[in-house]
Design a protein around this ligand. Structure first.
Ligand code: ATP
Ligand code: MG
Length: 454
């Protein structure tokens, strides 16, 4: 299973001890329509590291959702975080600086960072290959505090990848960034290096006109969009009649699609947008961040060694530990502060913000289409109605919108979300057929000769 829903009690931020979470357990991300918690898996045993794409219109909740992801990553003792934010010179990511191992705020620095990541992938791959040649080790990096996952967050991807006009130097840097990012997306999986790309303009142009790059990015997270075509760029191979995020009217609602052509799940992400809370969480989790292993540090080279400790201050570089010190440090314990310290920081954060982290704000869950893939006894009338509507369909079948209208004519109370859910379940179960026509989809009853011919 990849991005999963768990039935276990909601993992509350307030109960996390800095550094003790593991990326291999997934990131608590939000709630599904039935209020069960949703975990986002950015690394899985079967696949390795996964590259995510998040798209959303202005004000749709991208920064909030990225905060939830960054918070989850920051709590993990087996994940090193780098971030690129060139759109607003780092401002959007500044709050998490204490948890970042490197924050790039300029184009040239971003390219240097991606170069370093490519070098780390090569170095780690050589180590994996050498171990394999001795019949040892794993076929991929399994993240641990001593050999961490390297996550590269790219906030507003189009500001990095989408520069096509103006200053030729910037155009060239943008092309280089796209090339490196595509390379990372193709080779980072087993080396434990991956990208989380956020974009407001979800078009292939905003990803450097590189379709290969886009195709490597999943899971896909789609917040409210202004145009349906944008939804179709983020969620791949879905019927835009049944999965339409242009209809979302509150921030924080999104669809999460685990892979191309997989049914997207509607989710409400946790709320983490109040700056005082974000700041305090960042400082709490910064007390127990892992560092890259020696192989990666050496591969990352000079640009990494000279990365600014604080890009918002006058240029300084962080002290570089000598190799001997690094070796000695390997055995000393990483800074770990207990639940009490983190708890105090979070209590203070809650007091400062006058809000309780554990309580989600009252976004009406009714806005979230029900997503259960089970058909319940309550669904029998909708199943009957859809079956009747499909039976009357002509040889061209019907769109989901036409089916919903037909069902509503028969049953005034039918909810669009439940019609779509049941329709998808009927398709999955072989009781209806979904046929791609042009940019959309049409549905047929399973048994007609027309549908078999289609
Ligand atoms: N999960 C949520 N629950 C409730 N309110 C939210 C949630 N997420 C965001 N909001 C509200 O919506 C506002 C906009 O969210 P956010 O800044 O994350 O959007 P954005 O997509 O990053 O916007 P922009 O494109 O301007 O950067 C927030 O300031 C907050 O008030
Ligand atoms: Mg934002």
């Amino acid at each position: 299973m990849k991005t999963t829903t768990t039935a276990r009690a909601l993992d509350r931020l307030t109960l996390w001890t800095p550094g003790e979470r593991r990326i291999t357990d997934g990131i608590p991300f939000g709630e599904r329509a039935d209020r069960s918690p949703m975990m986002l898996d950015l690394w899985t045993r079967e696949h390795g590291a996964r590259h995510a794409l998040m798209g959303g219109a202005s004000g749709s909740g991208k920064t909030n959702t990225l905060n939830v992801i960054t918070c989850g990553l920051s709590a993990c003792g087996d994940t090193v975080i780098w971030a690129i934010e060139v759109a607003k010179a780092g401002q959007g990511q500044a709050a998490w600086l204490p948890c970042f191992d490197w924050l790039a705020t300029r184009l040239d620095e971003a390219v240097a960072m991606l170069d370093a990541a490519v070098a780390i992938i090569e170095a780690r791959s050589r180590v994996l290959a050498a171990a394999a040649a001795r019949g040892k080790g794993d076929d991929k990096v399994v993240p641990t505090p001593d050999l961490p996952l390297l996550t590269i967050i790219i906030d507003e991807g189009s500001a990095l990848f989408g520069i096509k006009t103006g200053d030729p130097d910037r155009v060239e840097l943008s092309a280089q960034a796209t090339e490196r990012a595509r390379q990372i997306s193709q080779t980072g999986r087993s080396a434990g290096v991956h990208l989380v790309v956020v974009t407001q303009r979800p078009t292939v142009a905003s990803l450097g006109d590189d379709g290969d790059f886009r195709s490597q990015l999943h899971p896909n997270l789609c917040l409210r969009m202004n145009r349906r075509a944008d939804v179709g760029f983020v969620l791949q191979g879905v019927d835009l009649d049944t999965v339409d995020t242009t209809l979302f009217n509150v921030p924080g609602l999104l669809y999460v699609q685990d892979g191309p052509d997989v049914d997207p799940l509607p989710v409400r992400s946790y709320a983490l947008f109040q700056p005082p809370i974000v700041n305090r969480l960042a400082h709490a989790f910064a007390t127990a961040r892992p560092t890259l292993e020696a192989v990666a540090i050496d591969a990352a080279g000079e640009a990494y060694a000279e990365r600014p400790a604080d890009p918002f201050q006058a240029p300084t570089t962080r002290p570089v530990p000598r190799q001997a010190d690094r070796d000695r440090d390997d055995t000393t314990t990483k800074p770990r502060r207990g639940r009490a310290a983190a708890g105090q920081a979070l209590d203070a954060a809650r007091a400062a913000a006058g809000a309780d982290l554990a309580d989600l704000p009252a976004v009406p869950l009714a806005d979230l289409a029900a997503d259960s893939t089970q058909i319940g006894a309550d669904d029998a009338p909708v199943i009957d109605a859809i079956t009747a509507v499909l039976a009357d369909a002509g040889p061209n079948g019907l769109t989901a919108t036409e089916i919903t209208a037909g069902v509503k004519k028969r049953r005034g109370s039918a909810h669009r979300g439940s019609v779509h859910r049941v329709l998808r379940t009927l398709v999955d179960g072989g009781q209806a057929r979904r046929v791609a026509v042009g940019k959309g989809y049409r549905y047929h009853p399973h048994t007609t000769p027309e549908s078999n011919a289609a």
